[in-house]
Write a protein that binds this ligand. Structure first.
Ligand code: GLU
Length: 449
C-alpha cells in the first residue's frame, strides 16, 4: 500500500477509535486509492486525503419533544456536512436508536463519493438522530420532526445543504420537516429537502429510485457477463423503501425476489415477491411501524426463519438492502459455498471489511459496491432539486430515463477507472477511484482549506 495512504488510515484509526463504522469506511475507500496516489504526487503535497477524511463541519444539537402523555424526552440530532467541494451538501437523515457520530460520519463520507459518482453537482452530508420511531404515534412523530427542524433550519438551504430521507425518515417525516422549515423561514424554498410529496414539489419516481437504480446497475453487470435478468432469483434483505423498489422493478423484468428480512428474521417465498398485492403489502408492513417481516409470511404462507439472515439461501443474486454490516464473514462463506456469482451491495456499507475482501478475492464472484449501486436514490434527489429550481415537474418517463442513463454511466465510469489502473473488472475499486477523482480535482482547484 502507498505509504501516504497508510499514514492517513492510521491517523483515522487512532483519532476515531470510538467510531468504528467511520474507520471501517475510510479503510475500505482509501485502500482502493493507492494506485491513484502513486500516480499523483500533487495529491500528497496538498495533503488531500487527511483533508478528505475530516468532515468540513459536524453539527450536533438537542431535540426535545413531548409524547402523547405529556412526558418530555430529549434526543440528540446531528448533521455532518462532510464535503462541499462539488456542490451543496446533500444526503439523508436517519432516525434510529443506534445513531451516534460514528454512524453519521461513515454515512457522510460514503455519501461524498456516491454523490460524486452520480455526475451531478452535489456534495456529501448525512444527519439524523438517536430518536427511535418504533411505536410512536403520528402526532409524536410530527412533534419530534418539528423540534428537529427548529434546531436544524439555520444550517440548511437549497444552496447550502439539502437533507432527505434514510432509515426511519420517509415521505411523512419529510412533510413535517418541510412544514416546519416553511413556518420558521416564511419562504417557499422547497428545494431545501428532497423526497417530498408530489403536491409540494416532490419528484415522480423518487420513492422507487434507489431500488430501480439498483436493478438498472445490476442489468449492466449482467450484460457485461452476457446474461439477462429474466428468470433470475434474488435474495434481498430489508423490507423498506429500497427493497420495495427492487421488488417492483425485478417483477417487471421477470426476476424473482425470494427473500426479505427484518429485525425479527427473514422470509422465503419461492414464488417471489412478484405480485402487485405482495409488493404493495410491503408498504403496509412498513407503515404499520411494527418493524416485523413475519407479517408477510403469515399473510402469504411463506416460510419464516426467526432470528436468521437470508444469506444461506441458494439464489442467483444477493442484494443486501437493509443496513450496515448485514453480511459478515460467516455469511460471505455461505454465499461462496453456494457458488453465487453476483454480490450486489445496496444498503450503505452492508458488508464487513473482512467479508468484502473475501468475496472480492474469490474467483467467480462479482462484487458491486453500494456507493455505486444505490446512487440512483440521491441522483433522483438531485433531479428533484433541478425541478424545484426550474419551478416545473418532469414526467415519470423523463425521470426514469435520466435514472437509467445515470446508472449506466456510473457502471461505465467505475469499470473504466479500474481498467485505467490495471485492476480489471473491479467495480469496488473503480467506484472509489472515479468518485474520488472529481472531488479531488475540485478541492485542488479551490485551494488549501
Ligand atoms: N439516504 C439516501 C442515500 O443514502 C438518499 C439521500 C438523498 O436523497 O439525499 O443516498
Amino acid at each position: 500500500m502507498n505509504a501516504y495512504v497508510e499514514s492517513v488510515i492510521n491517523r483515522v484509526r487512532e483519532k476515531y477509535v470510538s467510531e468504528p463504522e467511520f474507520v471501517q469506511t475510510v479503510e475500505e475507500v482509501l485502500s482502493s486509492l493507492s494506485p491513484v496516489i502513486d500516480a499523483h504526487p500533487e495529491y500528497v503535497k496538498a495533503d488531500l486525503l487527511n483533508r478528505m477524511t475530516e468532515p468540513e463541519r459536524m453539527i450536533s444539537f438537542r431535540v426535545v419533544w413531548t409524547d402523547d402523555n405529556g412526558e418530555v424526552h430529549t434526543n440528540t440530532g446531528y448533521r455532518c456536512q462532510f464535503n462541499g467541494a462539488i456542490g451543496p451538501y446533500k444526503g439523508g437523515l436517519r432516525f434510529q436508536k443506534n445513531v451516534y457520530p460514528g454512524i453519521i460520519k461513515f454515512l457522510g463520507f460514503e455519501q461524498t463519493f456516491k454523490n460524486s459518482l452520480t455526475g451531478l453537482p452535489i456534495g456529501g452530508a448525512k444527519g439524523g438522530s438517536d430518536f427511535d420511531p418504533a411505536g410512536k404515534s403520528d402526532a409524536e412523530i410530527m412533534r419530534f420532526c418539528q423540534s428537529f427542524m427548529t434546531a436544524l433550519y439555520r444550517y440548511i438551504g437549497p444552496d447550502i445543504d439539502v437533507p432527505a430521507g434514510d432509515i426511519g425518515v420517509g415521505g411523512r417525516e419529510i412533510g413535517y420537516l418541510f412544514g416546519q422549515y416553511r413556518r420558521l423561514k416564511g419562504v417557499w424554498e422547497n428545494g431545501v429537502l428532497t423526497g417530498k410529496g408530489t403536491s409540494y414539489g416532490g419528484s415522480l419516481i423518487r420513492p422507487e429510485a434507489t431500488g430501480y437504480g439498483a436493478i438498472y446497475y445490476l442489468n449492466e453487470v449482467l450484460a457485461h457477463e452476457g446474461e439477462s435478468i429474466n428468470g433470475k432469483t434474488i435474495a434481498v434483505s430489508g423490507f423498506g423503501n429500497v427493497a420495495w423498489g427492487i421488488c417492483k422493478k425485478a417483477m417487471q423484468l421477470g426476476a424473482k425476489v425470494v427473500t426479505l428480512s427484518g429485525p425479527d428474521g427473514y422470509i422465503y417465498d419461492p414464488d417471489g415477491v412478484s405480485t402487485e398485492e405482495k409488493v404493495n403489502y410491503m408498504l403496509e408492513m412498513r407503515a404499520s411501524g411494527r418493524n416485523r417481516v413475519q407479517d408477510y409470511a403469515d399473510k402469504f404462507g411463506a416460510k419464516f426463519f426467526p432470528g436468521e439472515k437470508p444469506w444461506g439461501e441458494k439464489v442467483d443474486i444477493i442484494m443486501p438492502a437493509a443496513m450496515q454490516n448485514d453480511v459478515n464473514i460467516d455469511s460471505a462463506k455461505k454465499i461462496i459455498a453456494n457458488n453465487i456469482k453476483y454480490y450486489i451491495e445496496v444498503a450503505n456499507m452492508p458488508t464487513t471489511n473482512d467479508a468484502l475482501e473475501l468475496l472480492r478475492s474469490t474467483e467467480g464472484v462479482i462484487v458491486a459496491p453500494s456507493k455505486a449501486v444505490n446512487a440512483g436514490g440521491v441522483g433522483v434527489s438531485a433531479l428533484e432539486m433541478a425541478q424545484n429550481s426550474e419551478r416545473l415537474v418532469w414526467t415519470e418517463e423523463e425521470v426514469d430515463e435520466h435514472l437509467g442513463a445515470m446508472m449506466r454511466n456510473i457502471h461505465k465510469v467505475s469499470a473504466e477507472a479500474a481498467e485505467e489502473f490495471g485492476l480489471g473488472y473491479d467495480l469496488v475499486a473503480g467506484a472509489n477511484i472515479a468518485g474520488f477523482k472529481k472531488v479531488a480535482t475540485a478541492m485542488l482547484e479551490q485551494g488549501i482549506f
